[in-house]
Design a protein around this ligand. Structure first.
Ligand code: PXL
Length: 274
């Protein structure tokens, strides 16, 4: 069984980040070690979360692991509470990344044209530097525009996604999968480019916006890559899974996406026995 490491927060209420990634990766037959960056009473979509910032604990944890001769087949970074944590994620990749380790960076910092509550504009540069270290980055279209330094467009057709991806390659990012593409009205999908090959995926858009879908998408992509799928197939699996989960989510989407009923479907796609 492959073992990966993920570095992101633990939001106690409102499914996202670690509370989504761990069950998804277990279902996909991938072991997941965690480096928690902060504990929040809720994710930042709820007003006034209590935040226990673990920035000072990250280096001692990495230092301890460094004495243990441990190795990871993948590293997935997600939400970082501040630019210092994004810098520490780089150190983590320097220490445990490498040829046999697939590094995926989800620059989870913004959506719908603006940064998440509590994050400062310095986060953009810090995330860009972190993304330079990744084999694959998974920005949504807001994050892609911020990282590329391009104006955000609420409707991102394939041409715009191509433009954003090119600008990101120009900034040194190697492989970029942009989520939230709207190839035509009523559709949603993603655009992937590694600078040589591109792939566009489109499916019917459900008229719902749910919290934590990016984290779900990233978890499935990492799991699928660990199970041997290529990037387009991993993205397509993630897109289908997220769509099924959104379809089954109730009215109050602050609690996150109802992914639990769909885990069995996900396992079946991979022929896992859970
Ligand atoms: O889903 C991304 C995410 C992760 N972690 C925290 C968040 C968010 C999005 O708002 O607030 C703490």
């Amino acid at each position: 069984m492959k073992r990966i490491l993920t570095m992101q927060d633990l939001s106690c209420l409102g499914k996202c980040s670690l509370t989504v990634i761990l069950p998804v990766l277990s279902t996909m037959g991938v072991e997941c070690a965690v480096l928690p960056t902060a504990v929040l009473s809720t994710h930042t979509g709820f007003p006034g979360p209590h935040v226990i910032d673990l920035t000072q604990q990250i280096s001692p944890i990495i230092d301890h692991w460094s004495t243990l001769n441990v190795a990871f087949s993948g590293i997935l970074t997600g939400y970082q509470a501040n630019p210092a944590q994004a810098a520490m994620a780089q150190s983590l990749i320097d220490r445990f990344g490498g040829e046999d380790c697939l590094t995926i960076c989800d620059p989870a910092m913004a959506d719908h044209g603006k940064l998440y509550s509590g994050l400062t504009p310095e986060m953009v540069g810090a995330m860009r530097t972190l993304c330079l270290k990744a084999d694959l980055c998974l920005p949504n279209i807001t994050e892609g525009a911020l990282l590329a330094g391009l104006p955000y467009r609420p409707t991102a057709d394939e041409g715009y996604c191509r433009e954003v991806a090119q600008a990101l390659h120009g900034k040194g990012l190697s492989s970029v999968l942009l989520t939230g593409m709207e190839q035509s009205p009523g559709k949603t999908g993603f655009f992937w480019s590694d600078g040589h090959n591109t792939y566009a995926h489109s499916t019917d858009k459900l008229p719902r916006i749910c919290h934590g879908t990016g984290d779900l998408f990233a978890a499935v992509v990492m799991g699928a890559r660990m199970r041997g799928l290529d990037v387009p197939k991993s993205g397509a699996l993630a897109a289908e899974f997220v769509k099924r989960c959104i379809a089954g989510t109730g009215e109050d989407s602050r609690y996150g996406v109802a992914f639990e009923p769909e885990l069995k479907w996900l396992a079946n796609q991979l022929d896992c026995h859970v």
